[in-house]
Each structure stands twice: as structure tokens, then as C-alpha cells.
Design a binder for this molecule. Structure first.
Ligand code: SF4
Length: 707
């Protein structure tokens, strides 16, 4: 409901409309898109009338310009930045490299648009300086540090993505909020991070990502200084990811990887780079200072001697945690296990607690050692150790956080949190996630915002946005929420074929591939690859790869399977040579764009219901059941419909695209809820039948279209 409607708001809307009708047609590749104008006017109204706008805009609406233009015009008028946040780097790059340069051409007025990044993306000049002066680096790292300093002195950006730097050196020189003395740092004026922060304050548009935005919310909630300027207005594109990112950042966790990073940064007694880290460097400085005996005694006794034991017991804890959750049969490698108080009464759980208590004692010891040294250095006011003081403060904060999170996550006594652990082949993580992240978003994110636009191509279940609004906490602000559903301008009736196999069930069943392989191989041969196969788990991904790859190789069709290379590289490979079948699980269901004939078919092996034994899924379902609601209807089904829409959405990415989606799960046909999945898709050519006949019909349709 609009809250501040008035003449000013109408004037602003007219200004936005005029831009779309007069300026936008000056683009050489201009296409009239009524949905785009409609969305732009909604965004303008949200800005002017202080609304929280939820807008689903189908593929092809041109939604980035639909929000960028009103945001920019609003910022010109009010002299305040608008923060635009995306989930993926791809979209962030598209905004910075394509849409914003286009806007510069269309506008008479210059403007600033700045990319916002987290601390660890910037080089810290103080740390680089210390490392270069330390004479503690290996010759290779010393040379690399010298080259980095040289490149920076020639005017390179201090952002990691644009610098040729190894992981080993970066861990020693990256910026860290706890290890920064800000205005007191001698490099403050030329510091890359703070230069960009100052630039951000003067910008009209700030291009951020959801992780950074949620990290900012978490910092402010803890009373700390935020990362982003305190803005009035926000746009969250790819807004369907908000709940998941908020879960990651508003929860608490600690991992073996955190411990390993700390070791690499502070002092690694066993590492490849002997003596790497700032602690030996500090020791070197102190060995030349007055009162060195007292200082070295404090440093050696409090830290240098105790750190190796601290790492070892920490590693034993994570190793024990892994063994315990696997031995207790709570989960398998790579999947999250619920940790509840029952688990801690089993022998495995008790062992886990025992190890955690041992590690907590080491954490306490290291923290107190770091505090003693910090106090002593502060009292002695040794100028040469200013950098050391900041690093010590950072160590104290990191160890304190590890200890607090360890204690919090291992005492699962609040019904408002979900406690979990996960082990992969080289990491183990212990965590706790708030059960109702929406409540926190409502209070800490939506309430202080002057206006907010949340947009994506998939937010609605059917034509209903309620599910999304509840999940992210917008239901707490009903009087400020405005809604809009905009269909895709693409012609699905003409260009898309949806086939449902009526004779197949679960791809994890032994006979699934025996019954489907022949028809699928024939289909892929006819298409010459050009197909994505989407699975709902890694086990069915592996099964599909093992069953199809040998026969496809004989047909000259490659199989690219998620996990064999990073997803971005796999996608590049597919685009380079589309005589391929790309098999993907989670990340390929969305955000993946292959335009044109290179992608003509999407195979969906199973309806994408979430894994029922995931701790968060279990906890949400349990809470709904306790409230007398069906968890299937109110949680699992809407989640799966949204995912299904995302998978279907990979097919048609431009006006000219055409192709088929074949669903190999007959529940879509036989079950009553199948109609709700189908009802959520745009109208297109739909068929159902046995797979063998279906693939022939689909190819006939495609060829008929071709001729
Ligand atoms: S201001 Fe902070 S981040 Fe920047 S160089 Fe100094 S210590 Fe590093």
C-alpha cells in the first residue's frame, strides 16, 4: 500500500516515464518492452512513496534498466546513493560493464557507480609493507611481494581479482577489519579499501552483493561499524536468494578452514612457507627493542609455544566431530547433520564435547596470551610495533569469536536455532542458523530501509507471492509492501515444448536408467548434444554420468558433469562445443544462461523437492506441523515449485530461442500436486506419454519448427 502518495511522487513518475519514452529509444538496439516500463514505474513509485516492492519480472523484461534508471534519477534528486545488490558475480559484472556504461551514453549528467567489496578483496598496504621488510618470506614469496608492490606503484587497482597474486601471499597481505587501525594507519590516505569507501559515499549507485549486504546487517546488529554507507534505498536483484544468504550471515559457524586460515596468517610452524605469518615478524622486531627479555618471554610463553598445541587440538576437534557425526549415522559426507541434545548423550556426542572442552581451554589460553602481550606493548608504547598491536587485536577478536561460536553451537538448547555440522573431504563446519531468519530481516533490514525493491524472475508460487514474503519476513511490514507480477515477453506457446514422461519414477531406482537410457540416447543423438540434464542430488548426478557417458562417447557427444571442473568453466566448455550433455545439480538449475540453439533441451530427472533430512528443512517442517499446518503444502511444495520454475527457465533466454523441457518424473502427471507445478509455468506446447514416444514427438515438433 502506498504510504506517501502525493504530487511530488507523480512528478517523479512522469520524469521516469519520459526517460523511457524519449531517451531509451535513442539506443541503437532499442526494443519496446511494455513490461519494462511498467516495472520502472513501480520502482519509481516504491522510491517516492517509501514502499517495499516485490516484483517478479519474467526473463526478457529487461529488469536491470527498469530499476537502474529510476534509482539514478532518484539519487540525482535526493543526493543519496542507492545500493543495488546481486547474488552472482555475473550479474554484478553485467551491471558494471554493460548497463551502467549504456546509461552514461543516454544521460547528459555524469554520475558515479562504485562496486562494493568485502575487506578480503583488497590488499592491505600496511601488511604488504611489513611482509616486505620482514626478511621472513621465502625467496619466491619475497619476489612475488616485490612484484606486487611494483605493480601497485604503477597504478594498478588494489583489488584481488585484478592482481596476479598467489593464495599464499594473499593470505598474508589481504585487508582485515580487525587488523586495521584506520585513520591511525600511515597508509590510510592511499589505502585502496578506504579510497573506495570514500568514493562510495559520493556515488549515486553502489553495486554490491547479497553476502556483503547481509554481512553489513550482521555487523550493525552487533553494534559494529557497517561496511556499506547507511543507505535509504535498496534494490535486491536475484532476490530469491535473500533467505539463503541471510541464513549464512545471520547464523554462527566455525570451521577447520577458519582455523587453517588463522594459522597461515598468524604463525604456521609446519607450513611449506616456514615461519610465515606476522608473529615471527613481530618477534624479530621485539628482539631489537628495549626490554626485549620481558617482551620475548611474554610472546614466547603466551603465543609461540602455545599456538602449535592450539592448532593440533583444534584439528583433533574437527576430526573428532567428523568421525562422530559419521559414526552416529547422522549424515553422509557433504550433507548437513542435525545436532540436537540427544546426540550429545550418545558416546559419539560425548566424545565430541570432550574434544571441544579441550580446545576451548586452548582458545582461552591463546586469547589470554595475546591480551597479555597487547597490554605490555601498549604500556611500553613501542612505536615500531604499531602494526603488531593491530594484528594482536585481530587475533584476540578471531579467537574470541571462535570460542563464543564453539560454545554456542555445541549447546543446542534454543528452539529458535537450528544446530548442525557438515564434513566434506577436506573441511568440517559446525554451525547454528536462526530458524526464523525472516524476523531478523524484518527488524534489522526492512525496518530501517526507506524503500526496497526485491526482484527476480522467480518469486511467486502460482501467482502468489505470500510464500516468498513470509520466508524473508516481509509479512511483518504488510502496510508498506507493494507487489507486481510481470510475465515474460517471450512467446512460449510458439517456442517451448514441455513433455512429461508417464512411465518413469525415481532416478535413484535401479531400473530407472535401464528403462530410459535408450530413448535418451536416441534423443541426444538427434539433437547432437545441446542438452542440460538437471538432477536433484550428487548421487543421481554420478549415476546419470556413469550410465550415459560411455554410450554417448561412441556417438561423439561429450558428457560434462558438475564437480569435474568449476561450474563457470563447464559452462564455457559447453558454449564452446555444444555437442555435449551437461549434467548439473544445484547451481545449474538457475542463473545459467546459454542463448540460442546451443541449448535446445532440458532434461529434469526428478521434481526438485529439497532433501528432507537437511537440518533446516526438518526444523521448518517440524515447526509448521507443531502449528497445525501441513509442512508439505506450506514448505516443501512451494520450494519445489520455485525450483522447478527456475529449471524450466534455463530453456528460453531470448526472443528467438526455442526448445524442449522433458520431465522424467511421472509424479508430475499422476499426483494431484503435479497440476500446481504445471500451473506455475507459462502456457506452451504440452504433451504427456511414455518416454519412448515422447522423445519422438518432441523431435518431430522441433524439426517441424525448423523446416
Ligand atoms: S588503512 Fe587498514 S586496510 Fe588500509 S592499509 Fe592501513 S591497515 Fe591496511
Amino acid at each position: 500500500m502506498p504510504t506517501k502518495s502525493g504530487p511530488d511522487s507523480q512528478v517523479f513518475l512522469e520524469r521516469v516515464r519520459s526517460f523511457f519514452l524519449r531517451r531509451l529509444p535513442l539506443r541503437p538496439d532499442y526494443e519496446e518492452r511494455p513490461e519494462q516500463l511498467e516495472m520502472a514505474l513501480d520502482v519509481a513509485r516504491a522510491l517516492a512513496e517509501e514502499e517495499l516492492l516485490v516484483v517478479e519480472a519474467g526473463t526478457g523484461t529487461g529488469k536491470s534498466l527498469a530499476y537502474l534508471i529510476p534509482c539514478l534519477l532518484w539519487s540525482f534528486e535526493h543526493g543519496q546513493p542507492v545500493i543495488i545488490s546481486t547474488r552472482t558475480l555475473n550479474l554484478q559484472q553485467q551491471l558494471l560493464e554493460k548497463d551502467i556504461p549504456l546509461l552514461r551514453q543516454l544521460l547528459d549528467q555524469p554520475f558515479r557507480a562504485t562496486a562494493a567489496r568485502g575487506w578480503s578483496n583488497y590488499v592491505c598496504l600496511r601488511r604488504l609493507d611489513s611482509q616486505q621488510n620482514s626478511q621472513q618470506l621465502t625467496p619466491e614469496l619475497a619476489q612475488e611481494a616485490g612484484e606486487l608492490a611494483e605493480i601497485l606503484s604503477l597504478g594498478a587497482s588494489g583489488v584481488r581479482q585484478k592482481l596476479p597474486v598467489s593464495d599464499a601471499l594473499w593470505s598474508l597481505v589481504q585487508a582485515d577489519s580487525h587488523a586495521c587501525n584506520r585513520q591511525l594507519c600511515p597508509h590510510y590516505q592511499e589505502c585502496y579499501l578506504f579510497r573506495e569507501r570514500r568514493e562510495m559515499e559520493r556515488s549515486e549507485l553502489i553495486i554490491a552483493n547479497h553476502s556483503l549486504v547481509m554481512a553489513d546487517v550482521a555487523l550493525r546488529a552487533n553494534g559494529a561499524q557497517g561496511i556499506l554507507p547507511k543507505p535509504a534505498c535498496w534494490v535486491l536483484d536475484e532476490g530469491h536468494h535473500l533467505e539463503e544468504v541471510a541464513n549464512d550471515h545471520l547464523g554462527r559457524s566455525l570451521s577447520l578452514a577458519d582455523l587453517q586460515r588463522l594459522r597461515q596468517n598468524v604463525f604456521d610452524p609446519k607450513g611449506k612457507v616456514n615461519d610465515a605469518g606476522w608473529l615471527p615478524l613481530l618477534r624479530d622486531r621485539l628482539s631489537k627493542a628495549d626490554q626485549r627479555a620481558r617482551l620475548l618471554e611474554c610472546l614466547d610463553r603466551g603465543l609461540l609455544v602455545s599456538l602449535p598445541g592450539f592448532y593440533q587440538v583444534g584439528e583433533e576437534f574437527f576430526y573428532g566431530l567428523t568421525q562422530s557425526i559419521l559414526a552416529a549415522g547422522l549424515t553422509e559426507v557433504g550433507a548437513r547433520a542435525t545436532l540436537n541434545s540427544d546426540f550429545f548423550h550418545t558416546p559419539e556426542g560425548e566424545e565430541c564435547r570432550r574434544l571441544s572442552e579441550q580446545w576451548a581451554a586452548h582458545l582461552e589460553h591463546v586469547e589470554s596470551g595475546a591480551r597479555d602481550l597487547h597490554r605490555l606493548l601498549t604500556d611500553l608504547e613501542l612505536e615500531a610495533t604499531q602494526g603488531g598491536l593491530v594484528e594482536l587485536q585481530s587475533l584476540i577478536e578471531r579467537v574470541k569469536t571462535l570460542r563464543a561460536n564453539l560454545e554456542f553451537c555445541l549447546f543446542p538448547d534454543s528452539g529458535d536455532w537450528v544446530y548442525w555440522a557438515v564434513a566434506t573431504t577436506n573441511n568440517a563446519t559446525l554451525g547454528a542458523t536462526p530458524l526464523d531468519v525472516g524476523e531478523r530481516l524484518a527488524a534489522e533490514f526492512f525496518a530501517p530501509a526507506r524503500s526496497m525493491v526485491l526482484t527476480s524472475a522467480t518469486l511467486a508460487v502460482g501467482k502468489d507471492l505470500d510464500f516468498y514474503e513470509k520466508r524473508v519476513g516481509l509479512d511483518h511490514h504488510q502496510n508498506r509492501v507493494a507487489r507486481r507480477l510481470l510475465d515474460s515477453p517471450f512467446d512460449y506457446r510458439q517456442n517451448a515444448y514441455l513433455g512429461v514422461a508417464t512411465d518413469l519414477m525415481d532416478p535413484n531406482r535401479a531400473d530407472f536408467w535401464e528403462r530410459s537410457s535408450q530413448a535418451l540416447l536416441w534423443l541426444l543423438q538427434q539433437l547432437g548434444g545441446r542438452t542440460f540434464l538437471l538432477t536433484t542430488s550428487y548421487s543421481s548426478l554420478r549415476l546419470a554420468r556413469d550410465r550415459l557417458a560411455p554410450a554417448l562417447a561412441q556417438l561423439g557427444i561429450r558428457v560434462l558433469a558438475q564437480g569435474q571442473a568449476p561450474p563457470g568453466l563447464l559452462l564455457e566448455e559447453f558454449r564452446r562445443d555444444s555437442r555435449s550433455l551437461l549434467i548439473g545439480a544445484d547451481s545449474f538449475w538457475e542463473g545459467v544462461d546459454v542463448v540460442g540453439d546451443d541449448l535446445s533441451c532440458i532434461l529434469i530427472t526428478r521434481l526438485p523437492f529439497r532433501v528432507p533430512n537437511d537440518p533446516l528443512v526438518q526444523a521448518h517442517c517440524r515447526r509448521l506441523e507443531e502449528d497445525g499446518l501441513s509442512s508439505f503444502r506450506h514448505y516443501q511444495l512451494p520450494q519445489a515449485i520455485l525450483r522447478f520454475r527456475q529449471g524450466f527457465g534455463r530453456l528460453i533466454r531470448s526472443q528467438k530461442d526455442r526448445g524442449m523441457v522433458l520431465v522424467l518424473d511421472s509424479r508430475l502427471y499422476h499426483k494431484a500436486y503435479g497440476a500446481e507445478f504445471l500451473g506455475a509455468l507459462p502456457a506452451c506446447n504440452r504433451r504427456a506419454g511414455r518416454l519412448a514416444g515422447l522423445v519422438q514427438d518432441a523431435i518431430k515438433w522441433l524439426k517441424g519448427f525448423d523446416s
